[in-house]
Design a protein around this ligand. Structure first.
Ligand SMILES: Cc1cc2nc3c(=O)[nH]c(=O)nc-3n(C[C@H](O)[C@H](O)[C@H](O)COP(=O)(O)O)c2cc1C
Length: 370
């Protein structure tokens, strides 16, 4: 028996995660995403989560050119749902922690205590550069800043008045009401460098990373456990994002992958490669950015994709959950209605039967077929 929480990574960015003109068109709109969140809730997923993206990559697929603001979208979903957890992402270099603390407290009141927060500490250079933020911090410095940011947010959520003297933030009798209704919402960070993992183990509840390749998932999962153990942070959860392409049979799924790969959006992929590709950013070799050439290919469905029948997908996911010691699996997929139904109605039941977590049981009536 392995306790697993299941999540959906929402397509709040236009084009989704497959820069191919053969992929289903995802417009990234609020209305489309509200439907996905409502469907995820009825299928028993534990939470949805969305990215904080401020600059797209163009091309025929308009890859992420329109990207909703993550925290605002999550606040809206609070009105549209009853049970599911709603996580948003914020870049700690872009929003003062006192502003973020109040946004999350407000969102938590709207949803009745279902908010969670994913933070990124900065690293998306093109997005930051266009705003003149240009931190260009090396990893240790960016995580020192993020550590202060998190301390301020937690203090404002729990204390009537906060005085804080930091390297990056100064607060004097800073007050923030209302407090979140659930107490302190769970916080995670998307990071894979050693510096990032150490920061998460010390300050947060979980770390999120991508399933670029099986080996990479296992390596990051095991490194997360080792660092958490070294720091006495046994509570630390590891959450992995998987791109899944279901088919009725393995051959059907393979045909889908091939179809998408035949019409790659080379403009968007070139932009991604320039932003994240090997040598584009001098980073700690343990960071996912160091592996970004592979990552750009993942986006085009060359590597890192789990494709197959529901039985095959369940077997592959269970194997990776064990090998990487995962606490949560978060899914992206080509089509967030039909593929999400296959995941919720066929793949997750197999995983549950085999002892991998249990879905959120809802008393909600089924949503009419979409
Ligand atoms: C799973 C995952 C999701 C991410 N999501 C975002 C995001 O939504 N917005 C963003 O600006 N950066 C995002 N990033 C990028 C990170 O901010 C950036 O890669 C950072 O350098 C990761 O930290 P590291 O250097 O410690 O690995 C994400 C990174 C990972 C691994």
């Amino acid at each position: 028996m392995r306790d697993i929480e299941y999540g959906v990574f929402l397509p709040i960015g236009s084009g989704g995660w497959i820069p191919s003109t053969n992929a289903p068109v995802l417009d990234g709109s609020y209305a489309a995403n509200r439907t996905v969140v409502q469907l995820a809730e009825r299928l028993g997923f534990h939470f949805t989560l969305s990215q904080a993206v401020w600059r797209g990559h163009g091309g025929a697929t308009r890859h992420f050119d329109d990207n909703l603001e993550s925290l605002t979208a999550a606040a809206g979903f609070g009105e549209a749902t009853e049970r599911i957890g709603l996580w948003g992402t914020v870049n700690t270099s872009m929003l003062h922690p006192a502003v973020a603390a109040k946004i999350i407290a407000t969102s938590d009141q709207i949803s009745g205590g279902r908010s969670g927060l994913n933070i990124v500490a900065g690293g998306n250079r093109a997005a930051e550069r266009q705003m003149g933020i240009g931190l260009d911090l090396d990893n240790p410095e960016k995580y020192r800043r993020a550590a202060e940011w998190v301390s301020v947010v937690k203090a404002l959520w729990t204390e009537p008045s906060v005085d804080f003297d930091g390297e990056f933030f100064t607060l004097r009798d800073c007050q923030s009401g209302p407090k979140p209704v659930q107490g302190v919402p769970r916080m995670i960070c998307a990071a894979t460098s050693d510096a990032g993992l150490r920061f998460v183990a010390e300050h947060l509840d979980g770390v999120m990373f991508e399933g670029i390749t099986d080996d990479r998932v296992i390596e990051v999962g095991q490194r997360t456990r080792r660092i958490a153990h070294e720091q006495g942070a046994e509570h630390l959860k590891s959450l992995c994002i998987f791109m899944v392409v279901p088919g009725e049979t393995d051959a059907d799924a393979a045909r889908r992958v091939q179809h998408y790969s035949q019409a790659k959006d080379t403009v968007a992929l070139a932009s991604l490669a320039a932003e994240f590709g090997a040598g584009a950013i001098p980073v700690d070799v343990t960071s996912n950015n160091a592996d970004a050439a592979a990552w750009a290919q993942t986006m085009a469905l060359s590597t890192g994709t789990l494709a197959g029948s529901p039985e095959t997908l369940a077997e592959r996911l269970a194997g990776l959950a064990d090998a990487a010691d995962l606490d949560s699996m978060i899914f992206i997929m080509p089509d967030f209605v039909d593929d999400l139904r296959v995941l919720g109605e066929e793949v997750l039941p197999i995983l549950e039967r085999n002892g991998y977590g249990s879905r959120l049981r809802t008393a909600l009536p089924p949503l009419a077929r979409l």
